[in-house]
Structures are given as structure tokens and as C-alpha cells.
Design a protein around this ligand. Sequence first.
Ligand SMILES: C[S@@+](CC[C@H](N)C(=O)[O-])C[C@H]1O[C@@H](n2cnc3c(N)ncnc32)[C@H](O)[C@@H]1O
Length: 374
Amino acid sequence: MANKNLAQAKNAKNDEFYTQYEDIQKEVNAYLEYNPDVFRDKTVLLPCDDPKWSNFTRFFAQNFERFGIKKLISTSYAPDSKKLKYGTFYGDFFIDDGTPQFDKEKAQTKGRIYILDKDINGDERIDINDLKWGYLEGDGDFNSNEVKELRNEADIIVTNPPFSLFREFISWIMEADKQFLIIGNMNAITYKEVFPLIKENRIWLGNGFNKGNAYFRVCVPREDYANGVYDFENQLVKFRNCCWFTNIDHGRRHQPLQLMTMADNLKHSKHKEIKGKTSYLHYDNYDAIEVPFTDAIPGDYDGIMGVPISFLDKYCPEQFEILGITQRNDDPYKTKKYTKEEYKNANDLNARGVIITNGIPKSIYARILIRKKQ
Ligand SMILES: C[S@@+](CC[C@H](N)C(=O)[O-])C[C@H]1O[C@@H](n2cnc3c(N)ncnc32)[C@H](O)[C@@H]1O
């Protein structure tokens, strides 16, 4: 049920899921371990954020000096534009907080911008207390010219973007050719906007959440989740298959997978689909073998292999090259073309790998096609 949550979020246009501080910290640490200067002298933009609710601004503001950031900019989306399905938890935006900037009407219709770049309170350090804020001209839509200008000014973009606009968001970053670190669903790998970038090693998966399970905070208690998905006590919702997408390097992606040979897999694999068989299955519409589990990839096989998309979480570009994906219609990503004549019985030949056993075609879930590097 939990994995249906992103789809639910999409349908309901409900994008108010807030990232936990520890998750941001754990992820960012992986890049700092690899390169301690990754943020040094950089302008960092946190769009689709909201310091009132979000931890991104808090985390980067608190670490501003330690990371050597030049300028931190965070923008939020106007309450009126959010069209929330689940209540008006943002009500406190309309309450006069006593700051001279506060404007009752703008509070509803305009996005906010928070900037941190110098010590304004005179305590000789730059931290969260030096954040200054104001209203944007518009509602803070990342696609507005105003926020695009901030994007163009930035070196690195970090956020958990609206789930319903992930494709648009990643295209928005790539068209400006920026470094980034964003949260998304692993299925986004198969999007036509995303897969070619992964294949070309222009983007990859980040360090990651614990076993792909991420917990996000919602700001109003929710009763529309199945048991075990929503925790009423701390208002956390569990999402499966969540990952970070990035083009910033980290150490884990350079650690090769430790793999058994094909012969050893066939003898000792813990998977019943492999153990005791005489060979790996071969697709009928791709010149590749089917490897249903990442830990069953035969380390000594030189041909093409179809592996689950979750392989990308373990992908080391020095170990394997990515050749394609079976679920795309785009011909350039196929390793072999087939004719209707050859596979007339299969239902979904335009997309997935197919294995025909005793005349019965079985379509296999999306696979990444990889080959060992020599
Ligand atoms: C998944 S939430 C994440 C919030 C915050 N970045 C965090 O991780 O805690 C995405 C946010 O993007 C906002 N949003 C939705 N559409 C947007 C748009 N077109 N432009 C900017 N922000 C948008 C939503 O209202 C929501 O607050």
C-alpha cells in the first residue's frame, strides 16, 4: 500500500510532504565525505521549500559557515497556489508575526524568499539568525521567470520537489546545467526525461534512504492511509522506493559490487529462480539474459544483462556500462529489434522484455540493460 502513496499524492495534487532533518544531513554528509569543499564559495538554491515547515533551509543555514557557502537562497510557494486538498495547515502564514515585512494579502498570494549571505546581527558568524526574508513578486512557482533567474544565479540546487511535477522539475534543472540534489521516486528512472541522462552518466542516484524507505512529515493528521503507512504520533508518512537524484559525486557509486560467477550463482544462489538451473533465461526479444535480482548478476558474464531498475542504487560506472532500458519505446535504447511475425503472441512487445516458455510469452518488468566493463 505504501508504494501507492506517490500515485495518490499525484492524483490529489497534494505535494505537502516534508523531509526530515536527519535524512538531509545523512545525504549531504556523503558528498562532503567525498569532497569537503563541495559547497565552498557556491550559491545554493532551495526552491519549492518553506522554512516554516521544511528542514532544508534550517540545515543549510545552520551549516552555512562550516560548508563555506557563499550565498543561500530559499523560496516558497504561495499558499493560494498550493490548492491543498488536505486543509489549511499553513494558516499561521496569515498571522501577523510582527516583522515589518508582513503583509496580510501578500502572505496568501506571494511566495517568500529567504536569503543568507552575511552577518546582519553582528555576532561575528553567519547562521540561521541572519536569514532575511521578503515576498517574491509572484507565487514562487519554480517555472516563473523570477525563480528561473534565481536558478540561473545558483551553482547547486537542493530540494524535495513536488512529487506531481518531478519530470518538469528535473528538466528545469538540466536546461540550466546546474549541479543538484533532489528527492524522487525510483520509478522516475524510466521516464524519458530521466533515463537518457542516467545512461549517459550525467545524473545518478545519491547515497540514499535506508533500504529505500523514506518518512516524510505531513502537517495535518491524515486518516486516508493504510495501516502502518502513517504514524499519527509524529505525523510521518512512509514512502517506498524513494531515492535522491544528483549529479554531484559521492563515494558509494565508485564501490564495485561483489559478485559470484555465473557457475557459482547457478549452484549457490539464494534465489530459487537461479539456484539449480542450467542457465539464466534469455529474452526472446532482446539479445540479453534476464537477471531478476541485482545480487544474482554473474560477475564473469560478458554479454548483455537485463537487471532490475533498483540495480542503479548499486551502479558503479567503472564496473558496468548502461546500454538501455526494456520499458522504453524509443528504439535507440533497444538492443535488438523484433518483428510482429516473430513474437506475435506476446502482449506488450513494444516495451518490455519477453520470455516465451512452452509457447507462452511472459512479459518481464522494466529492466536496465547493462554490460560488464572490460
Ligand atoms: C514534497 S514538498 C517538499 C517541501 C520541502 N522542500 C521539504 O522537502 O521539506 C514540495 C513543495 O513544493 C511546493 N510546490 C508545488 N508546486 C510548486 C511549484 N510549481 N513551484 C514551486 N513549489 C511548488 C509544494 O507546495 C510543496 O510545499
